[in-house]
Each structure stands twice: as structure tokens, then as C-alpha cells.
Design a protein around this ligand. Structure first.
Ligand SMILES: Nc1nc2c(c(=O)[nH]1)N[C@H]1C(S)=C(S)[C@@H](COP(=O)(O)OP(=O)(O)OC[C@H]3O[C@@H](n4cnc5c(N)ncnc54)[C@H](O)[C@@H]3O)O[C@H]1N2
Ligand code: MOO
Ligand SMILES: [Mg+2]
Length: 401
């Protein structure tokens, strides 16, 4: 049985680049930008008026002029007015392009306007005030978003502003989520007293959606020939097989044996972790990866976040970030396994993440995951964990605060 870090190294060594594709801007949210985006013009592209009021020549104000004849009114989107006289001004709106002969904007709050003349009521006027200078944010050609950046709503806005109707993004692997088990019935079915509805594949399909992956779903009964037939097909059609169940010691746990018969080389079977000990990982000669996760729902969920997500991030160019939290209370765990404790996360008044154990009833108790926010990774070498000690967390809720 290998350690968690060894499993991690083996899996991360299989990270691979699935290439680049172009998606419409409206569909790019949550994807990873493959190439940097540059400004097609200065940002802002002209000296942008930042307050509604009048635009003046500062020199005139400095030499004592306070009343300015309104020569034109310019809305945002209007061609800049032409002004030549020193005592003339343009009544101008936020978002308008400053006329080239003018350099300062005085807001309406500091003016009195009467009979076509605007009088400045304050002496506190600075040259260039209330303007957003052309190119102040970015110069034409400058990078506005680097490659390998997760595309969020802010980046979508920047992309739109530089005229990117489509974005080059990292191609996501094609994933199929496969459940196995004769005890499992479809969600819409009424289970017999000794059956359950299958839930793992929905959990994993949803978790994948959070990374932009629209995975296919497949269910296979615990029948060796069916498993072999179905997996053979999947190995030709997908980049990644994410299985749950059928990998432990049971008489009907056929998955590892069938995978090896299908020329999927085992890279490891069993990891020194709880939950998730029976985890099996392998690779087909054609490069397809198989993550065969244990069937117990909390195990499936934990292995997905701890063992699969870092691989996915590495494969699409995202950093595998680390976060840590302090235990809210003492906790003991005896077995010589890395324990992934379910915790709720809060933030204390020192700004520190605090992990409160929500132990649950073992790896079958998936109802507990609704309340929990993260797994706290407790090192296998220790037995007793003290309040205040800080350990790595594997968050699985999108928002932690
Ligand atoms: N003799 C041993 N027995 C078991 C060991 C062991 O070391 N020795 N390990 C236990 C651990 S730990 C786990 S985890 C499970 C892993 O079992 P499998 O991967 O073989 O999964 P199954 O036997 O198919 O199912 C286990 C459990 O999970 C439920 N399940 C499976 N798939 C789904 C699904 N899609 N949705 C909801 N629930 C699912 C299934 O009904 C079982 O209750 O093995 C232990 N046994
Ligand atoms: O690891 Mo099993 O994954 O404890 O239920
Ligand atoms: Mg089993």
C-alpha cells in the first residue's frame, strides 16, 4: 500500500495537455485561457470624462477665469467638440471623450449654470481632474489577461472590451463517469428494500461540471462480461474513466481484474488513506487514464477531490493551490492511515480558517457531506491532533465564507 504523497506523485506524473480549442465568449466562463489576451487599443481608449460637468482649459482657470461660456454639449458617444476660446467650455457627460484642446473637468456640484454660462464656485480645481487618462490602465498591445488564467466574470468583461468574440481555451479531457453495482437503481425508480438509488455518478458528474466538464454517465451491473464489454468501449471513446465501486475484496468486485485484462496497466491499487483506501489507478496503452474510485460515497467524493482534481488542474494549466485550517478541537485517529476528516470551515476574528470536525458515520454517510465544507488531511504518522494545529484542507464547497 502506498502513501498519499506517493499516489499523488504517480497521478500528477500522468498530467497531460489535451490541447486548445476556441469557444464563444458567452461559453467561456469557468474555462482556462490558453493564450494571453492583449489590448487592441489603449484602455481607456481616449481621455474619458469621469464626472458629469464641464470641460475647460486649466490655463484659463489658473489665470483667474471663473465663468465659462458653454459652447457645446457633449454626451458620451458624441464626437469630441471643438473649442478654441480660452473662456469657452463644453458641457460634458461621464464617458465622453475629452475634446483635445481641453484638459480639466469641473463637476456640476461645483458649478452654477445660468444663461449659457457656467461659473465655477470653487478654487479647488486641479489640472487634469475628473479624467481617466487614455492608456492609464493598459497600453495598446499590453497583456490584459495572462495565459493559464481561470476565466471568471471579470476576465469575460476584459475580453469583451478588447473585442474577443471567441476565446482560445484549454481543451478539457473527455470524461465518462461509471457506476457499478447490482444494488443500484436509477434515481426515478422505487428501490426494493435491499436496493439503493445510485448517487455517486450524479455527485461526480456535478463536481466535474464545476470544472466545466460535461461528463457522460454509464451504469454497469456487477457482471464480469458486461463490465469488460462496456469498459472496452469506454477505453476507445474517452480520455478518462472515472469509476466508482467494484474495486475492493468482494466476490463481485471485478473492476481491477477486468481493467488489467483490457490492458490497462495498474499504476497502484490501495492508498494509505481513509476514506479511499481501495483506490485503483491505471493507464491504457493508448493513454486513457482510469481512476477507479471506491464505491462508498464519501470515499468516491474524497478521492475525487484529493486524488483527481489536482490531476485535472495540472492537465488544464491551473495551479494546485494550498489552503490550511486550524482544528477547533482536539481530535484522535488511531489507524496508520492518512485521515481525511470532514470539517465545516469558518473564519475567526484573526482571519484564520478554522476547521470544526463533522465526523459522520464513516464513508457510507454521504448525508454528512451536505453540512461539511472540506476534508482536513491529518498525517498518518500522528495519532493525536490538538486544537489550534494547522493542516491542509481540501475544500469541496464553492464558497467558504
Ligand atoms: N474485506 C474487505 N472489505 C472491504 C474493504 C477491505 O479492505 N476489505 N474495504 C472497504 C472500503 S474501505 C471500501 S471504500 C469499500 C469499497 O468498495 P468497492 O469499491 O468495492 O465498492 P462496492 O463494493 O461496489 O460498494 C461499496 C459501497 O458503496 C455503495 N455504492 C457503490 N456505488 C454507489 C453509487 N454509485 N451510489 C451510491 N452508493 C454506491 C455500495 O452500495 C456499497 O454500500 O469496500 C469495503 N469493503
Ligand atoms: O476507504 Mo473506505 O474508502 O473507508 O470506505
Ligand atoms: Mg466491494
Amino acid at each position: 500500500m502506498i502513501k498519499v504523497v506517493e499516489a499523488e506523485a504517480i497521478i500528477q506524473a500522468q498530467a497531460r495537455n489535451y490541447g486548445v480549442e476556441v469557444v464563444p465568449l458567452e461559453q467561456a466562463l469557468g474555462r482556462v485561457l490558453a493564450v494571453e489576451l492583449t489590448a487592441d487599443r489603449d484602455l481607456p481608449p481616449f481621455n474619458r470624462v469621469a464626472m458629469d460637468g464641464i470641460a475647460i482649459k486649466y490655463d484659463a482657470f489658473e489665470s483667474g477665469t471663473r465663468s465659462f461660456r458653454i459652447q457645446a454639449t457633449q454626451a458620451a458617444g458624441d464626437k469630441p467638440a471643438e473649442v478654441f476660446a480660452a473662456d469657452a467650455c463644453v458641457e460634458i457627460m461621464t464617458g465622453a471623450a475629452l475634446p483635445s484642446m481641453l484638459d480639466t473637468v469641473v463637476r456640476y456640484e461645483d458649478l452654477e449654470i445660468k444663461d449659457g454660462v457656467a461659473t465655477v464656485l470653487t478654487d479647488a480645481v486641479k489640472q487634469g481632474q475628473n479624467l481617466h487618462q487614455q492608456g492609464k490602465d493598459k497600453k495598446v498591445g499590453e497583456v490584459v489577461a495572462p495565459a493559464n488564467k481561470l476565466i471568471d466574470a471579470a476576465l469575460i468583461g476584459v475580453a469583451a472590451s478588447v473585442g474577443a468574440t471567441a476565446l482560445r481555451v484549454k481543451t478539457l479531457p473527455k470524461v465518462v463517469v461509471i457506476s457499478t453495482g447490482d444494488e443500484l437503481v436509477e434515481v426515478q425508480e422505487a428501490p426494493l428494500p435491499y436496493q439503493i438509488r445510485r448517487s455517486n455518478s450524479y455527485t461526480i458528474q456535478a463536481a466535474l461540471q464545476q470544472y466545466g466538464i460535461q461528463a457522460a454517465q454509464l451504469h454497469i451491473p456487477d457482471d464480469k462480461e458486461s463490465i469488460k464489454h462496456q469498459l472496452a468501449g469506454c477505453l476507445q471513446a474517452y480520455d478518462v474513466l472515472l469509476l466508482s465501486g467494484g474495486i475492493s475484496m468482494g466476490k463481485y468486485d471485478f473492476v481491477p481484474q477486468v481493467l488489467e485484462e483490457l490492458q490497462v496497466s495498474k499504476l497502484f491499487h490501495k492508498v494509505q488513506q481513509r476514506p479511499g483506501k481501495p483506490f485503483w489507478f491505471g493507464k491504457h496503452a493508448n493513454g486513457v487514464l482510469v481512476f477507479a474510485l471506491p464505491g462508498n460515497p464519501v470515499s468516491t467524493f474524497m478521492c475525487f477531490h484529493r486524488n483527481f482534481v489536482p490531476w485535472l488542474k495540472a492537465s488544464i494549466g491551473l495551479p494546485v493551490t494550498q489552503a490550511f485550517a486550524a482544528l477547533s478541537t482536539d481530535f484522535a485517529f488511531e489507524p496508520d492511515l492518512q485521515y481525511f476528516l470532514q470539517v465545516s470551515i469558518s473564519i475567526n476574528t484573526n482571519g484564520q480558517l478554522v476547521a470544526t470536525p463533522l465526523v459522520g458515520n464513516g464513508s457510507g454517510d454521504f448525508a454528512n457531506l451536505v453540512e461539511a465544507d472540506a476534508f482536513l488531511e491529518l498525517p498518518a504518522e500522528k495519532r493525536n491532533f490538538k486544537q489550534g494545529e494547522v493542516y491542509r484542507i481540501w475544500p469541496f464547497k464553492p464558497v467558504l465564507y
